[in-house]
Design a protein. Structure first.
Length: 328
């Protein structure tokens, strides 16, 4: 079973950088933290569900995870797309907690343990639209008509799923993750006659890989935050305090006294994620809270590609020669 994990959006790492750089007193702090929690919960839900997909027969289908494909001037994304010669199956994963009330295909209401309620768009019309757009794509590729189905999977076994009204039951496509494997087996028994061959499947798979486009989000714009509102300086990799001070060829933490030569790499990665993928010596000094132009020049030249000369010199932060994970 070829499993293709498409490159994810950098949205979560941008949210992490923003949350790290946003003061605790900022009006948007809670919104950023809550969004980050929800995004991480979604990833956890998808990872939890992978356990049940492992038991599928490994030799008769392709599995694409998070393909995001252009179609009619925009993009659509599917959490999991299983492609068999007999049928296609979209699996949308939700990691929602508490009690979830379904009103058919109308609004979904989430009730938390403390009694608060939040309304969400119903995921069923969402996945139906994804399937419609996928079919338009297959038509354009001259792929023969093939049945398509979907499941909405709640990854947490603690989530309670109920109908909002007793006479309007929860749609049968809405399930807990522990039922997924058995319902896929039942689905394949229902659609057992091959329509496509594996070459067709491989061609569609190659197209999805070639056309996948990770979503790009400007989180500063999304939350209405200006660069001057961010915390400046180099964060200590040990205790998280900023700013560290540059002395005697190293960054020194004024709180825990940890010293590091390369902690500015992580700070400039935050700059790249939040503000721009290039900067000048003066902009770097302002963001890192470093006074010396000569020291800044040496640090930047040691790690980044240079463009331009003298006053117009810029440093390309996306061309870093040092991995930020090993820069402490």
């Amino acid at each position: 079973m070829p499993v293709i994990q498409h490159q994810r959006s950098d949205y979560i790492i941008k949210l992490e950088a923003l949350n790290r750089r946003l003061p605790a007193t900022h009006p948007a702090k809670n919104k950023v933290e809550n969004r980050l929690i929800r995004e991480k919960a979604g990833i956890k839900g998808e990872n939890d569900m992978n356990f049940y997909l492992r038991f599928l027969s490994p030799d008769n289908h392709y599995l694409h995870k998070n393909p995001r494909i252009p179609c009619h001037g925009s993009h659509f994304e599917i959490d999991n797309l299983l492609m068999y010669c007999t049928a296609f199956l979209a699996v949308e994963v939700k990691n929602w907690y508490g009690t979830i009330f379904f009103d058919g295909e109308s609004q979904v209401i989430q009730r938390h343990d403390n009694g608060t309620e939040i309304g969400y768009p119903n995921p069923i019309p969402q996945v139906k639209l994804q399937i419609h757009r996928l079919r338009l794509l297959l038509n354009r590729l001259n792929i023969p008509y093939i049945p398509m189905h979907y499941f909405i999977v709640f990854s947490s076994p603690k989530t309670i799923i109920k109908p909002l009204y007793p006479d309007n039951p929860v749609p049968k496509e809405v399930i807990h993750a522990n039922r997924l494997f058995f319902l896929i087996k039942k689905f394949l028994q229902q659609y057992s006659a091959p329509i496509l061959d594996m070459k067709n499947i491989a061609d569609v798979s190659a197209y999805l890989v070639a056309e996948h486009t990770p979503k790009m989000v400007d989180v500063m714009y999304e939350f209405g935050i200006k660069p001057w509102e961010l915390i400046k300086g180099v964060f200590c990799p040990k205790c998280g305090i900023a700013p560290m001070a540059w002395k005697h060829g190293k960054w020194h933490c004024i709180q825990c006294l940890h010293a590091s030569k390369m902690s500015h790499i992580s700070a400039l990665r935050d700059y790249m994620l939040l503000i721009s993928d290039e900067l000048s010596n003066a902009e770097a000094r302002k963001f890192l809270k470093l006074d010396s132009p000569d020291v800044m020049k040496r640090l930047l030249r040691a790690a980044y590609q240079v463009a331009g000369t003298t006053k117009n010199r810029r440093y390309k932060l996306s061309k870093c020669r040092i991995n930020a994970n090993y820069a402490e």
